[in-house]
Design a protein around this ligand. Sequence first.
Ligand SMILES: CCCCC/C=C\C/C=C\CCC/C=C/C(=O)SCCNC(=O)CCNC(=O)[C@H](O)C(C)(C)COP(=O)(O)OP(=O)(O)OC[C@H]1O[C@@H](n2cnc3c(N)ncnc32)[C@H](O)[C@@H]1OP(=O)(O)O
Length: 298
Amino acid sequence: MAAQAVLRSSARARLLSGAFCAQRGGPALWQHHQNQRAFSNGKILVEMDEATGVAVMKMKSPPVNSLNLDFLTEFSISLEKLEIDRSCRGLILTSAVSKIFSAGLDITEMSGKSNEHYAAFWRAVQEMWLKLYGSNMVTIAAINGSSPAGGCLMALCCDYRIMADNPKFAIGLNETQLGIVAPFWFKDTMINTIGNRATELSLQLGQMYPAPEALKFGLVDKLVPEDKVQSAAAAAMSQWLSVPDHARQLTKSMMRKPAIDRLVKQREADINNFVSFISKDSIQKSLQIYMDRLKQKK
Ligand SMILES: CCCCC/C=C\C/C=C\CCC/C=C/C(=O)SCCNC(=O)CCNC(=O)[C@H](O)C(C)(C)COP(=O)(O)OP(=O)(O)OC[C@H]1O[C@@H](n2cnc3c(N)ncnc32)[C@H](O)[C@@H]1OP(=O)(O)O
C-alpha cells in the first residue's frame, strides 16, 4: 500500500496546489441534480449516482478517443477527483463515441515533436496507468467499441471487463504492428490478466482480438449485446460492491503492487527510454507509414 499511498498523496497535493488546474483553467465543478452529480471537463464526462456511490466516466473525444496530452491530463484529474471522494466506491469506464472505446495513444503526439514534448506525454501516460491500475475503487470497463493498444491498456487496468458482443470490435496490444514496442508495464498488466504465454504471443504478433476471441483469451471477462453493456456493467458493479471495501482493496493492492512499484522505481528511466526510442528516425518513419495507411484505408 505504501507506493499507492505515496502516489495518492502526491497526486492529491498536485491537485490541491492547482498545478493541473492552472494549466487547464480550473477544475470542473460538480453539478447537482437530485441524487445525481456530474462534471465534465471537455473530453470526459463523469456522472455519479450518490445512492450507489458509482461513477460512470464517459470518454468523449471524437473521432476515436485517442489519448493525447490534454485527454490524459483531464483523465488523471477526473480520476483523482473521484479517488479522493469517499462517497465514490466504484467507477465504470466507457465511451460516449459510437463504436470506439479508445484508439489508444494519440500517434500524432509521438510524431515530429520535441524530446521535451515526448517526455511530458509519456509522463502523462504513466500517470494515467498508475492512477487507474492503482485505484482503490472498483473499476469496470464497459467496452462498447474497438480498443487497440493504449485503449486496451486502460481496459486491462480495470478490475473487470465487459465488452459488446460484436466481432467488428477488436481489442489488443497491437504496438508491434506500428513498429513500436509495448513497455514493460503494459506487458506486466497484460501478463497479470491473461498469463505469460498468451501475452508473449499477443505482444509479439501485435494481435488484435475480435470480441469473441478476446473472451476466449480472458482479455475480457464477459460479452453482452451492444445495448446491454452499460446495464451489465452496473449489475457487475453491485456484485463487486457487495464485498467489504477494505478486504477487496488490500487484495487488489497485493496483486498489483509489485507491478506498480516497478514503474514507480524506474519512472524517470522509463521516460528517458521512451524519448530515445520514439525519437529515432527509423521509429518515426514506421509511425508515419502506419498513419498514412490508416488514412488511405478510407
Ligand atoms: C526493450 C526496448 C523497449 C523500448 C520501449 C520504450 C518505450 C515504449 C515505446 C513506445 C510505446 C508506445 C505505446 C503505444 C501505444 C499506443 O496506443 S499506439 C496507438 C495504437 N492505436 C492504433 O493502432 C489505432 C489506430 N486506429 C484504428 O485502428 C482505427 O482508427 C479505429 C480506432 C479502429 C477506428 O476506425 P474508424 O472508425 O474507421 O476511424 P478512422 O480509422 O477513419 O479514424 C478516424 C480518424 O482518427 C485518426 N486516428 C485513429 N487512431 C488514431 C490514433 N491512435 N492516434 C491519432 N489519430 C488516430 C485517423 O487517422 C482518422 O483521422 P482523419 O479523419 O483521417 O484525419
